[in-house]
Design a protein around this ligand. Structure first.
Ligand SMILES: [Zn+2]
Length: 265
């Protein structure tokens, strides 16, 4: 049975090499998707400004506090769109990874469902090195964007500038925050991808050990893991339950591969 599923370690390594390359493309698409989804509130914001503006395009000072209060709704939309986008990305990364590995290491349909459920729960609930869970990070980011928008609106109302001057400045607020959205999409997705690799190994009868490879940037935390011999099995050899190899640092480009159990070779 084993020989039907797996052939050699070299072939398994090739599967991982191809997967990591394809995963890079998937992740770039996911980053673009998150930016688009979070940026969708720009339309609502333009409508809001238009509602408060006079026919000459300016907003009277007496209306300033009301329009700033209306930003509560914008912030709520940022949070909702951001949460949905990030959850979709996590789910996609897990399912994408599991779809590539389940057949290779002999995981049942029930096993596949179990893996994806574990991954999604883990990634959404975990505390990152920043001490925060995903919803905190989205909450923080939405609040920062809202505060920057409020500053633009307030200062333009004081100066008597019209909404035509405000809208490009608000666009700039989003552009300035893009790297944060990108980083969030990247780190959540990578964590889901690597958690899926490990959970699939846990479900499989053929894989007991993982090999961790440091990223191209040779970040110290990453290199240390790849040189660590935690179990006397060799450097960079870890168990599928070792969660510390999933995201050793932000923007990690390291990756894990399976060591084929000798019993099946
Ligand atoms: Zn790394």
């Amino acid at each position: 049975m084993a020989s039907k599923i797996l052939t050699t370690q070299a072939e398994l390594d090739a599967i991982f090499e191809k997967m990591e390359k394809d995963y890079g493309a998937l992740n770039r698409r996911q980053q673009a998707y998150a930016i688009k989804e979070i940026g969708r509130v720009r339309g609502d914001l333009a409508d809001l400004l238009a509602d408060f503006a006079d026919s000459d395009g300016t907003i009277k000072r007496q209306r300033a506090s009301r329009i700033l209060r209306e930003l509560d709704g914008i912030e709520r939309s940022l949070r909702q769109n951001g949460t949905l986008a990030l959850e979709n990305i996590i789910e996609e990364s897990s399912e994408w990874t599991t779809a590539r590995l389940a057949g290779v290491v002999g995981i049942s349909t029930a096993g596949i469902e179990r893996v994806n459920k574990h991954v999604i729960k883990y990634v959404i609930k975990r505390f990152g090195e920043d001490g925060l869970v995903l919803s905190d990070r989205i909450w923080g980011l939405s609040g920062e964007i809202r505060d920057d928008i409020a500053t633009v609106i307030r200062s333009n109302i004081i100066k008597g500038e019209g909404i035509n001057a405000m809208i490009p400045q608000i666009r700039k607020v989003y552009d300035n925050e893009t790297w944060k959205v990108r980083r969030l999409a990247r780190n959540e997705s990578v964590t889901a991808h690597r958690a899926a690799i490990s959970y699939n190994a846990q479900e499989s009868d053929f894989v007991e050990w993982l090999q961790f490879h440091h990223g191209v940037k040779r970040t110290q935390a990453c290199v240390d893991l790849s040189e660590e011999d935690r179990y006397g099995k060799g450097t960079g050899i870890f168990k599928p339950t070792d969660t510390d190899i999933w995201l050793p640092h932000v923007n990690c480009t390291g990756y894990a591969t399976y060591i084929l159990d000798e019993r099946w070779l």
